[in-house]
Design a protein around this ligand. Structure first.
Ligand SMILES: Nc1ncnc2c1ncn2[C@@H]1O[C@H](COP(=O)(O)OP(=O)(O)O)[C@@H](O)[C@H]1O
Ligand SMILES: [Mg+2]
Length: 303
């Protein structure tokens, strides 16, 4: 069987566009949104010149898996991932949408990113080296990069419309949202989602180092929105290679990062494309992560 080419852009002329992200194209259907995960891949904050075939299907179906698994913690925005259940207006685009799109309830997004960290990495490690804290939370001294934290912590960040999100103390989140009870609820929910997801991932040989959630309000109801617990919103590390004291290999993007380092890309445009073997090895990693975490194969056909 030959591999379908990657879907790197969508064009649905009869549907109003809500937003075009680095990876996902979102269409506005009124009370609902249609979130389409393309096969675009980003590294070092740029979308690369090559797509990874089926990556968007992995992202969508993995989010759907976690949403279903975690409804006991909080309800989510997912209405359906089956194109057959979508409104008639999107049916003309069924071929592109199949397996990679989610119909969701439109909410008023809460204007902070809710990050949970169980390990010391990325911006958390940077702050810790300077101040011994992450988002103002004091941590034990002597931790190494990638060390496991004594317990998972809530490290909120602003939603920057351009550039990097900025980590903020919880008190700043309270100031931004003006609702201390809401922030407490976001913290408790974020940490509980992380605990349940990381326990599951760990039982499958994958460390969930940290992850970002978004929440929204539909009237008074708080919902988990956006994508959840995908490689794009999380740091997944292969547990069998875990060696704290430095950065860890990425479960999904390591071949891409190694290639970009090897060609000495200066991390400025023009963005490179990826050779076929890097594309195929990366695709295999996404599929492997999906199969390990969900226990079943990706559905690549019609749904
Ligand atoms: N149920 C929802 N209701 C309203 N907005 C949502 C919902 N789910 C996701 N979003 C928003 O859709 C946008 C998706 O953009 P995204 O693909 O994440 O772009 P970026 O690459 O800039 O992060 C985000 O701003 C997210 O907050
Ligand atoms: Mg986003």
């Amino acid at each position: 069987m030959s591999l379908a080419p990657p879907l790197t852009a969508t064009r649905f002329p009869t549907l109003p566009r809500f937003r075009t992200g680095k990876v996902r194209d979102v269409y506005d259907l009124g009370d609902t949104l249609l979130i389409v995960a393309t096969d675009r891949i980003s590294a070092f904050d740029y979308v690369l010149g090559s797509g990874i075939p089926d990556k968007g299907k992995v992202l969508t179906q993995l989010s759907a898996f976690w949403f279903a698994r975690l409804t006991g913690v909080i309800p989510n925005h997912c209405v359906s991932v089956r194109v057959g259940e979508f409104p008639d207006t999107v049916r003309p685009y069924a071929d592109d949408l199949s397996g990679r799109s989610m119909l969701v309830r439109k909410t008023a997004p809460i204007e902070i990113e809710c990050v949970a960290r169980g390990y010391l990495s990325g911006s958390g490690w940077k702050e810790y080296q300077q101040s011994g804290t992450v988002c103002g939370i004091p941590l034990p001294t002597g931790l190494r990069e990638s060390d496991r934290l004594p317990q998972p912590i809530f490290t909120p960040a602003t939603k920057a419309s351009t550039g990097h999100d900025i980590n903020i103390p919880e008190a700043e989140a309270v100031r931004i949202l003006g609702d201390a009870a809401l922030v407490r609820r976001l913290r408790e929910t974020t940490v509980e989602l992380y605990k349940q997801a990381s326990a599951h991932a760990e039982s499958k040989g994958i460390i969930l180092a940290d992850t970002k959630f978004e929440f929204g309000l539909d009237g008074a109801e708080l919902l988990l929105i956006d994508e959840a617990l995908t490689p794009d919103s999380s740091r997944f590390w292969p547990a069998d290679q875990y060696a704290p004291g430095g950065p860890q290999p990425s479960y999904d993007k390591q071949f891409v990062r190694d290639y970009l380092e090897a060609i000495r890309w200066n991390k400025q445009p023009p963005v490179p494309s990826l050779p076929d073997d890097v594309v195929m090895k990366t695709r295999a990693k996404y599929l492997e992560a999906f199969e390990r975490l969900t226990g079943h194969a990706l559905s690549v056909g019609q749904t």
